[in-house]
Design a protein around this ligand. Structure first.
Ligand SMILES: [Zn+2]
Ligand SMILES: [Zn+2]
Length: 152
């Protein structure tokens, strides 16, 4: 049973056009990935699926996440720690991220000016905007709320 039918249509078209195999496992990974409200690594998703008694292999999870990113159902995020994290784009508002360098807290925000700047730069240089990535690396001002802050 596929839960996200509209997303499944997008994914099916994409797989077909790219001559990728269409397997039930890939849709199982898609549903599990779209269900997560937030950022996750491939291994985290694999463990969640295992805990839900899925028999999908780790390799299938990795490969499917790549395919879901290529067709824009997921976004790939890099928050500066060289760990690939994914996030659903499906039925979610586009947003950017602020990351605390001390505790690793990730805060999502939206600001229309950033999108405008992207368009202005592309216009000026003669390109068409596709995607962008905007991360702010910060430190919590409130040290009590920054659990990994160890003084100085
Ligand atoms: Zn996010
Ligand atoms: Zn912090």
């Amino acid at each position: 049973m596929i839960k996200n039918k509209q997303a499944a249509e997008i994914f099916r078209e994409f797989l077909k056009n790219g001559k990728n195999r269409i397997t039930p496992e890939r849709f199982e990974v898609m549903d599990a990935a779209l269900e997560i409200d937030g950022h996750f690594s491939a291994d985290e998703l694999y463990i969640i699926m295992k805990n839900n008694k899925s028999r999908v292999s780790r390799a299938t999870v990795y490969k499917t996440l790549e395919l879901l990113t290529q067709c824009d159902l997921l976004s790939l995020r890099n928050f500066g720690d060289n760990m690939k994290r994914y996030e659903s784009n499906y039925k979610r508002q586009n947003h950017d991220h602020l990351i605390c360098l001390d505790c690793g807290r990730i805060v999502e925000f939206t600001n229309n000016k950033i999108k405008k700047i992207q368009e202005e730069i592309c216009d000026a240089l003669g390109y068409e905007p596709s995607t962008y990535s905007f991360n702010l690396f910060v430190r919590c001002k409130n040290k009590k709320e920054c659990p990994y802050y160890h003084g100085n």
